[in-house]
Design a protein around this ligand. Sequence first.
Ligand SMILES: Nc1ncnc2c1ncn2[C@@H]1O[C@H](COP(=O)(O)OP(=O)(O)OP(=O)(O)O)[C@@H](O)[C@H]1O
Length: 270
Amino acid sequence: MSIQLDNIGMRFGTGSSAVWAVKDASLTIEKNQFVSIVGTSGCGKSTLLSIVGGLVLPTEGTASVDGVPIAKPGLDRGMVFQNYSLFPWLTAQQNIEFVLKETGTSRAAERSDRAREMLTAVGLADFADKYPSELSGGMRQRVAIARSLSYRPSILLMDEPFGALDALTRGLMQELLVKIWEQSDLTVLFITHDIAEAVFLSDRVLVMTNRPGKIKADIAIDLPRPRTEDLIRSPEFGALELHVLDQIKAESRAAEHLTLPVDSAPAAFA
Ligand SMILES: Nc1ncnc2c1ncn2[C@@H]1O[C@H](COP(=O)(O)OP(=O)(O)OP(=O)(O)O)[C@@H](O)[C@H]1O
């Protein structure tokens, strides 16, 4: 499924306390594309994702999936967040079965089989009966991904899903996600602060301006797949990383008001 955002504006609050999180944000994501959004903290990335997820309605503009305006969450869209959001009182298997029941799979045997199939797909067949507290961060996030894909959405919305993981686990999760995406019909919209992660995963990287955020740059990642270790260490990969970084840097300096003469700063602490 494709995603279209046309001149999205999102205001939180009213009167003098009103904050425009997003303004004039437009983008189109084609079916089966993997697109990442990067930008400074607070620029409105999560807000855009929530609008596509149907969790909030925009103040201005139109968000649609395959041309149909988004009015609420739907089974065509799965979401994965940084904090896993698993039910701690349910096992991995039960977490998935619960969501399948909520989303309309009425037969218990079908829910059980599907949950087991999904856990196997993310390499956790042997951990089906473990509670979230008995799983590592990477395993929890694999359960969360399996759960979000269990009802077969066409779009996967991911908000810094690997942000809390160590570097090695993060790398393995990225490879797993690419494999899942390549073997499915998924369209993925992925938020991250990690530029290398965005370049490694994506067909396109969108850079947002500071708040109120809009799309400032749309960078095609025209690197071949599969993206091997050699490719990650190649000058082409490095050049794309630098290009994305350059786009963010100006926004970041402005956001942090880093215009002070930093060279003189040590004197102040002497
Ligand atoms: N429910 C809300 N009520 C009021 N302000 C909000 C609300 N949600 C977001 N905001 C504000 O909107 C702006 C954008 O927030 P958002 O979470 O979308 O940014 P972000 O780019 O995802 O940030 P980060 O990278 O730090 O996660 C921020 O200034 C935030 O404080």
